[in-house]
Design a protein around this ligand. Sequence first.
Ligand SMILES: Cc1cc2nc3c(=O)[nH]c(=O)nc-3n(C[C@H](O)[C@H](O)[C@H](O)COP(=O)(O)OP(=O)(O)OC[C@H]3O[C@@H](n4cnc5c(N)ncnc54)[C@H](O)[C@@H]3O)c2cc1C
Ligand code: SF4
Length: 429
Amino acid sequence: MKEAVVIGSGAGGAMCAKELQGRFQVTILEAGREFRPLKASLPLLGQLRKTRLLFDTGEIGWIFAAMKIRKAGSGMILVSGSGSGGTTTISTGNAIRLDRDLRELGIDLDEEFAELYDEIPIFAGHQEKWRPLTRQFFAICREMKLEPRTMPKMGDYAHCRNCGRCVLGCPHGIKWDSRQLLQQAQQNGARLLASHRALRIVHEKGRAHGVLARHGLKKKWFPADLVILAAGGLGTPLVLQDSGITCDAKLFVDPVLCVAAEMKDSFQNREMPMPFAVQKQGYIISPYFDHLSFFFNRDWLHPAGNIYSLMIKLADDNQGSIGRRRVEKTLSASDRKNLETAAAVCAEMFQRAGVDKSRLFFGTVNAGHPGGMLPLTAAQARSFHDPRLPENLFVADASLFPASLGNPPILTIMALAKRIARICRRGPG
Ligand SMILES: Cc1cc2nc3c(=O)[nH]c(=O)nc-3n(C[C@H](O)[C@H](O)[C@H](O)COP(=O)(O)OP(=O)(O)OC[C@H]3O[C@@H](n4cnc5c(N)ncnc54)[C@H](O)[C@@H]3O)c2cc1C
Ligand code: SF4
């Protein structure tokens, strides 16, 4: 059987591995370790916060290896998952179909989405689990004619225990993540190699021959008839650059800023994050307890159970780049304008909930939906293949999005990955 090497085991990589195994003998190279949810007690970590031993977001890796933090030159924190399941393991489980930009390029993913809705349990009937303040904010959004919508969640959310730990890995096996796809691929004979970082793809005369990877101190060679690169919006451009292929400086990241207030006994820290969202042009607003800001931002002084926070997530301009040493990503003038508008909406929501503007505080700007550096064009609507790539190398992650979604991308990435796997099963390789 022909050999396929898949780089990365997140949304895109795991889906491709599952879909390709059988037609190819698949090996998945994953830079991180096998995923484990954070075990530590959050109240105990809250105590550590008081000792001021926690002072930099980069330290999160000491206690939770699956969460990787990078800082852009501007100071923006970039969060991603590292380990089996990629960033899906630290996601909040949101499932939204967002392929309008792709459709405008002439890409119809109806079939792929239909399959996804069959394969992945998606649940939006979780309202009865919401805490009183979340219900109040939902009502306020309605009053303000913001048309809030309950967020569909991937997994067995009917049994969600509302522990609020989704971004630290669900300890109760409720939330779906791409390890389920990896398991299916492995059951069919795929090999998953954790702690194997792809260094570069070796190619010559328009064909990839295989992948050079590092495992501990050793370098290992993986010959391949087909290579799928799905190392995420930050990882994929790096592997391409190290393989002599330049990407576009069109990085988007969906920056997040939380607007918060002290609201006694709100216990949002013990509630499913992002239970609903308001969709506006250029941003969304959704209730979200920001663990990163709680642990590392000095403005988040109050006990966790007394903080209520609204997340603003921007659809940022696609301007930015990543290199081995530095990520260049700043908010553009229009990003800042959207942020100001959204912050004013949040302030009004808090005002209606009885909190004066003067009592609000902000989180640390962070971002976790990178992509855009190898965007699909209308000319690639059938092939899904950028001419810069060797003929048997495909990218299958958010790098392909022509613009930021400003919204949860997992479902759409998996639809793309399904299509790419279909193309590969049929043709090249
Ligand atoms: C806190 C947080 C919450 C989120 N919540 C949601 C949500 O609710 N819904 C949603 O749709 N999206 C959510 N997202 C975003 C979503 O998780 C990611 O956009 C998505 O997982 C990206 O999929 P991917 O396959 O492109 O990459 P990833 O899932 O990031 O997987 C890439 C994998 O490649 C590995 N890798 C990187 N470089 C190499 C290399 N050189 N060699 C081998 N392996 C490599 C990485 O370790 C990683 O495991 C969230 C993101 C964050 C940070
Ligand atoms: S709130 Fe807790 S139980 Fe529910 S999905 Fe998230 S981590 Fe799992």
